[in-house]
Design a protein around this ligand. Structure first.
Ligand SMILES: C[S@@+](CC[C@H](N)C(=O)[O-])C[C@H]1O[C@@H](n2cnc3c(N)ncnc32)[C@H](O)[C@@H]1O
Length: 453
């Protein structure tokens, strides 16, 4: 790792790339940090300015029906939540439910349809007005109460319950997940709502468990596109330096390194949204983080920190056998000739409680699962792909081992965003050789930090 890179990752990670996000996010350092003074998401303890920044950067898109519609037309998402709620009506019947971040109100309406006695639908943005209308017009206004505000600011007394040991709520439903699960950091709000409102021993969380997956992938066309966009941008910069000197007599050369770094972070060190095909996944995905929604802590929600169990990965990408290649006449290296990078995605389960404290909770007899992995086709989350600066070849008859560690770290200037640090080594051995057997080639250690835009 070069000195330049170690400066970039000082603290909790690289700043959001200047050209990647919206302008307010880009200027999030200093006065307009998208984080409270303590580094929390501003909906928890932010001052007015932090909340205003958070609204501009995060909440305002959720105030638009256009954005809600994108989620409402993600049918994999809709099917999983519909099956979880409507398919378990015996669990919802006569219960008190809270929908954390109700948006258009759809999950709250389903909870009412499933027989809930009362549904508290909490929404921060003015989308709450649309939700109220939707609830009324769909005939469940007598069951669903829409409350506008940050769930962090609502007191259990407002719901007629007591804080702590046995809250007023039987079931919390929420669609809080972001790219690679944690982006947006809405999980913090959910945990705070759970600890304030949910019945400790009998309460249910929908979803109940979530898992982050990570795998090496082939995605060479996209990787090459990013590299050539970066190269074009630097060629354009060189022309600009030249012409500015000729035309206006000022040498912009001293800014070369800063511009290069900015462009590298934008084109090469930002993950890309992708809808991968299953065959682009080159090895068995590893579950890097598993969260039980009934027990997970704010500390766990912060990410996958250095040394956390689960962050270690050890992939074997098996090159096509010599014989298969001869028979099939395929290209050298087999069907998957290169590792282009890694991909991250998540699954969300809706199932019974598994923690010891929840032994007395109702059984979820009809579990449902939402997968955002390549095997499940389109979801609006897709997969986040982290392209390598140099690809790793996969040789016919040889197994390429990629072992290292993944960290997923919250950005210190914008508590809604995450960076991913990957540190790994590659080596090759014959396919028939055992994992720790003789090595044919050992590559240097690679370390990069990517921003999830
Ligand atoms: C991903 S959307 C889900 C909307 C809806 N539940 C659905 O499934 O279609 C998340 C919603 O939660 C709201 N939200 C996020 N954090 C919140 C908080 N702390 N308090 C209240 N609402 C919040 C957002 O404004 C947004 O409308």
């Amino acid at each position: 790792m070069s000195d330049e890179r170690s400066m970039e990752v000082e603290g909790e990670g690289v700043a959001p790339p200047a050209a990647a996000a919206d302008p307010t996010a880009a200027s999030s350092k200093g006065a307009y940090r998208n984080a409270s003074a303590s580094g929390e998401i501003p909906s928890y303890d932010g001052d007015d300015r932090a909340r205003a920044t958070d609204f501009a950067n995060y909440f305002c898109s959720y105030a638009q029906l256009y954005h809600q519609k994108q989620m409402l037309t993600d049918h994999k998402r809709m099917e999983a939540y519909y099956a979880a709620i409507m398919g378990n009506s015996e669990v919802f019947r006569d219960k008190v439910v809270m929908d954390v971040g109700t948006g258009s109100g759809i999950l709250a309406v389903w909870a009412a349809h499933a027989g809930a006695r009362r549904v508290y639908a909490v929404e921060y943005t003015d989308m709450a007005n649309h939700a109220r209308k939707l609830v009324e017009e769909n005939g469940v206004g007598h069951v669903v109460t829409v409350i506008q505000g940050a769930v962090e600011d609502i007191s259990p007394e407002a719901l007629g319950g007591i804080e702590g040991e046995d809250g007023p709520v039987d079931i919390i439903i929420s669609e809080w997940m972001g790219y690679f699960l944690l982006r947006e950091s809405m999980l913090d709000s959910l945990i705070r709502a759970r600890d304030k409102f949910l019945k400790k021993h009998t309460g249910l969380m929908f979803p109940s468990h979530t898992t982050m997956y990570f795998a090496p992938v082939e995605d060479e066309n996209e990787r090459k596109t990013s590299v050539s966009e970066y190269t074009n941008s630097m060629t354009d910069w060189n022309d600009f330096v030249e012409s500015t000197k000729t035309m206006y007599g000022v040498d912009m050369g001293p800014l070369h390194n800063a511009f290069q770094r900015e462009q590298k972070e934008y084109y090469l060190l930002s993950s890309r949204w992708s809808e991968l095909r299953p065959e682009q996944v080159l090895a068995q995905p590893v579950a890097v983080k598993y969260l039980d929604m009934c027990t997970c802590t704010l500390e766990e929600a912060r990410g996958l920190l250095k040394g956390n169990p689960g962050g270690a990965f050890d992939f074997d990408v098996v090159g096509e056998d010599e014989t298969a290649a001869t028979e099939g006449g395929g290209p050298v290296g087999g069907r998957h000739a290169v590792v282009s990078g890694f991909a991250g995605w998540f699954t969300a389960d809706f199932k019974s409680r598994t923690d010891a404290d929840g032994a007395g909770a109702p059984t979820v007899a009809h579990p449902s699962v939402l997968s955002t992995g390549p095997e499940n086709g389109y979801t609006h989350w897709g997969q986040q792909v982290f392209h390598l600066l140099s690809n790793v070849p996969v040789i016919r008859g040889q197994t390429t081992r990629i072992n290292g560690e993944l960290e997923v770290i919250r950005n210190k200037d914008n508590a809604r965003l995450y960076n991913c640090r990957m540190r790994f080594r590659t080596s090759r051995r014959r396919n028939e050789e055992k994992k720790d057997g003789a090595v044919l080639m050992q590559g240097p250690e690679v370390e990069e930090v990517y921003h999830i835009p």
